[in-house]
Design a protein around this ligand. Structure first.
Ligand code: 13P
Length: 251
């Protein structure tokens, strides 16, 4: 059975006390959501322990926003997968466009990070998506296909059960400019066919594929109604508990 997920990527926002308050509010309000929707929050590294504590006893999952490409050692400023699991993370986001764009994250690095995360028992939310130039040049299907293959074709169908894909067109992130439901759906269907090609129809059918990019309460229902859109990776709107919950309630 395909899982529906709404995940909040807090990016580099909130102090620890603010993050704990937000997590508590999300946890309290999540109680009324239907059981088939999983909620996840991804605060900054500094918040993870405190947010894990705030989420105890709730149904809300905890994700990191990135992880190191080494197990441990002399890598100043990096955070290892074992550190993430030790504070109660179940997920890590990987390959967010902001990391690809500003921090030189490559598909090769993402293969290493994905492997480390899966071996540590973390589930991975792998982000893919084209930028504005690529979309305008009509290359969006090719870009997303290549990003998906470059990382996930190094894994097995069994590994893929622990992977969620998030399609985030870069031109829609933080811009207020959402992809239309039809634009998102055609890319989601393409990603699913890329998965089917290597791993078979069953693995493709079970893959959760999220949409991200200016998703908000006013457009979530239309997006989530599409057959290949299984939830959202939410930025700005995840910083307000009411908006985040309203998005999750759009299923
Ligand atoms: P916005 O929802 O703020 O556009 O951000 C989307 C995103 O990048 C989530 O990872």
């Amino acid at each position: 059975m395909r899982k529906y997920i709404v995940a909040g990527n807090w990016k580099m926002n909130t102090t620890v006390p603010e993050g704990v308050a937000l997590a508590k509010e999300v946890a309290a309000k999540a109680k009324d959501l239907p059981a088939n929707v999983e909620l996840v929050v991804a605060p900054p590294f500094t918040h993870l322990s405190a947010v894990a504590e705030a989420l105890k006893g709730s149904k809300v999952g905890l994700s990191a926003q990135n992880c190191a490409d080494h197990e441990k050692g002399a890598y100043t400023g990096e955070v290892a997968v074992s550190m993430l699991t030790s504070v109660g993370c179940q997920y890590t986001i990987l390959g967010h466009s902001e990391r690809r764009q500003y921090y030189g994250e490559t598909d090769e690095k993402l293969v290493v990070k994905t492997r480390l995360a899966l071996e540590a028992g973390l589930k991975v939310i792998l982000c893919v998506g084209e930028n504005l130039d690529e979309r305008e040049a009509g290359k969006h299907f090719a870009v997303v296909t290549e990003q998906t293959k470059n990382v996930l074709y190094n894994f097995t169908a069994e590994d893929l059960k622990k992977v969620v894909i998030a399609y985030e067109p870069v031109w829609a992130i933080g811009t207020g400019k959402t992809a239309t439901a039809a634009q998102a759906e055609e890319i989601h269907a393409c990603i699913r066919s890329v998965i089917a090609e290597k791993f078979g129809a069953e693995a493709a059918d079970e893959m959760t594929i999220l949409y991200g990019g200016s998703c908000k309460p006013s457009n979530a229902k239309e997006l989530f109604a599409e057959k290949d859109i299984d939830g959202g990776l939410i930025g700005g709107a995840a910083l307000k508990a009411d908006d985040f919950i309203a998005i999750a309630a759009s299923f």
